[in-house]
Design a protein around this ligand. Sequence first.
Ligand code: ADP
Ligand code: GLC
Length: 487
Amino acid sequence: MNIVWICSESVPYAKTGGLADVSASLPAALAELGHNVSVIMPYYPQAMGDLCSRLKMRYEILDVPFFKWGERCVIHEDKISSNLSYYFIEHHRYFDRPFLYDYYGEEYKDNAERFIFLSRAAMEAVVALKLDPDIMHTNDWHTALCNVYLKSSIYCNSASFANTKSVLTIHNIGYQGIFPKEVLFLSGLSWDTYNYTCLEYHNQLNLLKGGMMSADMVTTVSPTYAEEILSSEFSFALENSLHHLKNENRLRGILNGIDINEWSPSIDPLIPANFALSDLSGKAQCKKALQKQFNLEQKGDIPILGLVSRFASQKGIDVLSYVIEGLLSSEDVQFAILGSGDKDLESFFSSLAKRFPGKIGVYVGYNNKLAHLIEAGSDMFMMPSRYEPCGLNQMYSMRYGTVPIVRATGGLADTVIKYSETNIDQSTGFTFDLLEHDALFNTIIWALSIYREKSANFAKLRENGMQKDFSWKHTASEYEDVYNELL
Ligand code: ADP
Ligand code: GLC
């Protein structure tokens, strides 16, 4: 199959979250299955840095119909293998910026314009590069409009898309691309698309909804999340549209895999010592290095609880902020925290590190190397998510012998098996159901007690997690099945 994957970010070029990991590893896994895969994304010179120099220009000037005047862009290619290429849409005014979507938490005012342009430019790039897709696969609100374009009078009779079926993956329904309806002018789409069965939502333009309603198949990134978003607690008010998709058999949940070339403790070049289940001495060295980096007391027997996260309401870090002082005061425990986002949480955790030196280390910002060290050097990893479409860090943790403590929601519920003595051969972590202060506090206390008092059971949890296979080998073929079904 010719598969075109359209997204707003991908590792190693630009990343703000898990979408970038998936946009690197799933296209590669599909290419490995023998398909021709082309990924289209923006050219972000500031995020891509040195990587820019390895790209080849494919199209010097591509005219993109846009609003009244049209826009021009350049297309670059990074050819990864004979059947996998990344294409980059270069447009300086839209994408040459210090961050992808916002400036220190403040969304760029022209995000509607930027991502409507990206969607239109991607459609034009498919035509210009003669990619002839069997499958056009878009991701989240940023590129959802491509699904609307495909069905629109602009492209429905185009020979380039004659045999194309479309898939939209929702990585996070909390972000929908909602804008004043007037911006529809930019897209060149007719006002026919602005109605309840497509882009219109409470008198505004909703790009994700339009994409969902137009796609031949909508997938989410875990089976549990596909169920959860049918309820108002998780749907961010799109449950009616989702029920409609479900009734038409157009909604599926496929669990994400992880890139085991990047996230494997036995080969990871970013950690100070490699290790495997057969010899965990390297993990002890990583723990020491983590304690050193965060100025934590250098002791092997104190448990370290790690966290790497966007500080967003989704992640439940606010709940952690309520219980962490109690834990620091009453327990012999250390914390290694990396994240950024909400300013109040950033300053709360920074001040905590000053008040409890030697017990908690905090790095506010984005740091991939440190993320690897926290996964490798911690004993446990916390994800008290309010909702979690899939979550990748819990899978990384398990591979690194770091036992996850999670709220059982979305992909966390699908990947972490709750500790119980009667199910010790299967258990991989500690889970709780209700996102309440007591539930999180008590679950952490429970995990600490198993670490201290039942070390053989804790070692078994660690071992079970390290033996899990979360690679794309299993789930890439589920996407292949969906594509085949559509074709
Ligand atoms: P989400 O995409 O919702 O943020 P995921 O668990 O799917 O959650 O993926 C998050 C990815 O981003 C992981 O690869 C994680 O290691 C990485 N990440 C998140 N915050 C940071 C940070 N501050 N520094 C480095 N990596 C981070
Ligand atoms: C989103 C979700 C996260 C998921 C990631 C990749 O960012 O918040 O749960 O793992 O997308 O699909």
